[in-house]
Design a protein around this ligand. Structure first.
Ligand code: ATP
Ligand code: MG
Length: 214
């Protein structure tokens, strides 16, 4: 494993993690990360393409390096964004708690960790490995996502707060009804993906012929 740790700078006091499969990364991810960065005065947003997530079948996931490189291309124009290889370089199934423990160890206790989750992901949180510890180590931000009810999200956040006394925030982000699954489907069916993903990502997908066979 390449042990590449993203330098965050000594001034970084608030680090947000934007976890996802990013297969491929799209404007919904980018707009969400930027909204959270601004709202919570985050110094750095670390995009964390997942390795082998427990909840997604292996065959569903395009080559890891493609997902990583598209994430780099999409984030390069934002000085506050960076991409981490921690999860994709880890062997075996990826659990968020292992990543968070690792980040705590390398960046220290002075850096407050935020974890950004879309409305769908926050509903799953209690099924993740060691949720209590996760909710203790991180401040969570649950963001709105089209097709998921804001009311349900707010209720879930309130439940987590009451049960775990955890720091869970709610944030309404500009609504973009974009998903990676829809983008993959569009590519397969030769429908446009322009303006759903950055141009560099669109070009990358075309150049390497991604998502034609899935
Ligand atoms: P897939 O359709 O393959 O599941 P996805 O579009 O849901 O892909 P993921 O990589 O699974 O993307 O999502 C990473 C994170 O980004 C999750 O927390 C998810 O809820 C959030 N997210 C994805 N798309 C949006 C969107 N359009 N608006 C807000 N949050 C989003
Ligand atoms: Mg998803």
């Amino acid at each position: 494993m390449r042990d590449f740790i993203t330098p965050i700078g000594t001034d970084c006091k608030k680090l947000a993690i934007m976890g996802g499969t990013f297969n491929p990364i799209h404007y919904g991810h980018l707009v969400t990360a930027e909204a959270v960065r601004y709202q919570f005065h985050i110094n750095k947003v670390l995009f964390m393409p997942t390795g082998h997530p427990p909840h997604k079948p292996f065959f569903d996931i395009s080559h890891t390096e493609h997902r990583y490189l598209m994430t780099v291309l999409a984030t390069v124009t934002n000085p506050y964004f960076d991409v981490s290889r921690i999860e994709i370089d880890r062997e075996g199934i990826t659990y968020t708690i292992d990543t968070i423990r690792y980040l705590k160890k390398i960046y220290g206790n002075d850096v407050e960790l935020f974890f950004i989750t879309g409305a769908d992901a926050i509903h799953e949180i209690l099924n993740w490995k060691d949720p209590e510890e996760l909710l203790r180590l991180c401040t969570f931000v649950g963001v709105t996502r089209p097709e998921y009810h804001k009311k349900d999200l707010l209720m879930k956040i309130e439940e987590l707060r009451q049960q775990y006394g955890s720091k869970v925030h709610f944030l309404e982000v500009p609504s973009l009804a974009i998903s990676s699954s829809d983008i993959r489907k569009r590519v397969k069916e030769n429908r446009p993906i322009k303006y759903l993903v950055p141009e560099s990502v669109e070009n990358y997908i075309l150049k390497f012929g991604l998502y034609k066979d899935i």
